[in-house]
Design a protein around this ligand. Sequence first.
Ligand code: ZN
Ligand code: ZN
Length: 187
Amino acid sequence: MYVTSGHDTEIRLTLEAMVDLVNALSDARESGERADVRGLLDSHGFTKANSASAASIERVESRMNELLDKLATLATSEPQPTVQWINRELADLHITPSLTDHDGAGLHIHWTSESAAFDQQVIADVLMALGQDICDHGTGRFGTCAAATCDHLFYDATRNGSRRFCADPRCASRTHTADHRARQRST
Ligand SMILES: [Zn+2]
Ligand SMILES: [Zn+2]
């Protein structure tokens, strides 16, 4: 039987949040508009996002922007330099791990103390989840959206590694329409 532990679930949920942040911040860089960092974190189950201070949300944004180039290219990066980079980032974390099963979730690890600043919690969660996932899967679970007009990152949690598109539903539907038209033209 295949059992998904709270630990595996926590890593997946954190990396899905990371991917959404990376894509939103990349889009914001191109458009010049501001990404809704608080809303994204809240929608991904960071329960303290709503009550976090504006300064704390800004620190999440600026740290993620510092990490953005490396994170956005995870799908195509070489394992060894990625490991070295993550180790440099991990060396700067202040972590205080503990096991918890709050809110009915399976047992999983919290990396910072209850009293840690929200931004420290988010960045520790992201980097620890990324480090663990790379131990298990290399960078193989990260991919770039297959839609012609999109270069968003995705995290592939399917068991057979079949994901092709980012979370934007338009990417899959546009591409399927284009594939369909191409098939019609060729007959
Ligand atoms: Zn938790
Ligand atoms: Zn896409």
